[in-house]
Design a protein around this ligand. Structure first.
Ligand code: ADP
Ligand code: ASP
Ligand code: MG
Length: 409
């Protein structure tokens, strides 16, 4: 008998009918002779609605109380799914993150999972029950309830699969797999039959919302076989594994994008060995996540440095610079909003020089100005104006022949 962890996202559990449909999918797996642990998200847009509700009460709600509020979303789904399974004649029990033994670090809003005590889940599985676990939540050693960051139910599922040594983790969602780019925006996007953990990790980190980046990290570190597939259609999805099978020598496997990026430029920074470390340590201390960094030496005594952040952090960033002007020693600070990051990802890039050059040519041919660039062995990211984001994605998707070469659905 095997053990399968299944995860169903918000849309897949968005109504009572859909919860009944999920129950059917769970039972199919159980009837194949497997033990089943099911992780679910909050129904539909519940989490967004809870965030809005909090905003009506307070513009800056306490992070602890936000987590207390948001975790209720998943708690609704687990109980309803367990009831659905009961009505279909199957023994099932629902668990909150705490009851499932998910221990996290003490960080409200974005906690990492530290450990999973699988005793209780295993005991129920041994009794033949289907175990339904609330995604996106855990508890600290002090008994505080925390969330794992938006989209974090994927991480609950993969972490549970790793801890329980499951044979497989299936992520059921509202698309039929991982596509060459977001199929909601680019109609030519095609489903990939497989992709490597490293490529998926880059895509997820660079904005492909189909999987929570930490879920991919867990899957890679614990070698959890992962499949992203549809909760509605029966077709097979995308396998995420150590070495994704290369389809027709694709150099670029996917295009990811993210809007709401702001570029900050610090001018006339005193050119000492420590000036960069002082700036970025100070920003890190204030929990400001800096992405691409570009330094240009202007003269012997001063230098300019640009970096990109998420637009929501601009107010805090400017405040840090105002508050620490004496320590940071700069002349002026400027920023540019309404930017976006467009990235190409593929492990074939390592051995194929000229991929970045092609990317710049394509963007130039489409009159798209590149404002910042960053590269790694398997990705090239560019910052462009937000108004050009989808045009850039479409042009790159076409230039790297992703629609043509990827496996048709
Ligand atoms: P769930 O609620 O099931 O977790 P999400 O909304 O978090 O679902 O993730 C699925 C969505 O991810 C899809 O509807 C799609 O618009 C988006 N997406 C972004 N990039 C990709 C991609 N490369 N492949 C597939 N889906 C993608
Ligand atoms: N319900 C949470 C969210 O909307 C977690 C998840 O769906 O994965 O972010
Ligand atoms: Mg998701």
């Amino acid at each position: 008998m095997g053990l399968i962890v299944q995860k169903f996202g918000g849309t897949s559990v968005g109504s009572p009918e859909r919860i009944m449909n999920v129950a059917t999918r769970v039972i199919e797996e159980k009837n194949r002779g497997n033990n089943v642990v099911v992780v679910v998200s909050a129904m539909g847009k519940t989490t967004d609605q809870l965030v809005s509700l909090a905003q009506e009460i307070s513009k800056q709600p306490s992070k602890r109380e936000m987590d207390m509020l948001l975790t209720t979303g998943e708690q609704i789904t687990i109980s309803l799914l367990a009831m659905a399974l009961h009505t279909k004649g199957y023994d099932a029990v629902s668990f909150t993150g705490w009851q499932a033994g998910i221990e996290t670090e003490p960080v409200f809003g974005n906690a990492r999972i530290l450990n999973i005590d699988t005793n209780r889940v295993n005991k129920e599985l041994e009794e033949g029950k289907i175990v339904v676990v609330a995604g996106f939540q855990g508890s600290t050693i002090d008994g505080e309830i925390v969330t794992l960051g938006r989209g974090g139910s994927d991480t609950t599922a993969v972490a549970l699969a790793a801890a329980l040594k499951a044979d497989k983790c299936d992520i059921y969602t509202d698309v039929t797999g991982v596509f060459t780019t977001d199929p909601r925006y680019i109609k030519d996007a095609r489903k990939l039959s497989s992709i490597s953990y490293d490529e998926m990790l880059e895509l997820a980190n660079l904005g492909a919302g189909v999987l929570h980046p930490r879920a991919v990290e867990f899957a890679k570190n614990y070698q959890v076989p992962l499949e992203v597939r549809s909760s509605m259609e029966k077709e097979s999805g995308t396998i995420i594994e150590e070495e994704g099978r290369m389809e027709e020598n694709l150099v670029v496997r996917g295009v990811a994008f993210e809007d709401e990026i702001t570029k900050v430029t610090v001018l006339g920074l005193s050119n000492t060995l420590k000036s960069l470390s002082t700036i970025f340590t100070t920003l890190a201390k204030h929990h400001i996540n800096v992405d691409i960094i570009i330094q240009s030496t202007t003269n012997k005594n001063t230098t300019d440095v640009s970096f990109s952040i998420q637009s929501q952090d601009i107010k805090d960033t400017l405040q840090v610079f105002v508050d620490h002007k004496e320590v940071l020693q700069y002349e002026n600070i400027q920023f540019e909003e309404d930017l976006a990051k467009v990235s190409i990802v593929g492990s074939g890039m390592v051995s194929n020089p000229g991929v970045a050059a092609t990317m710049f040519e394509v963007l130039a041919a489409n009159d798209i100005e590149v404002k910042m660039v960053s590269t790694s062995e398997i990705k090239v990211s560019t910052v462009v104006e937000e108004k050009n984001m989808l045009k850039a994605v479409e042009a790159l998707h076409q230039a790297f022949e992703l629609a043509r070469t990827a496996v048709k659905q």
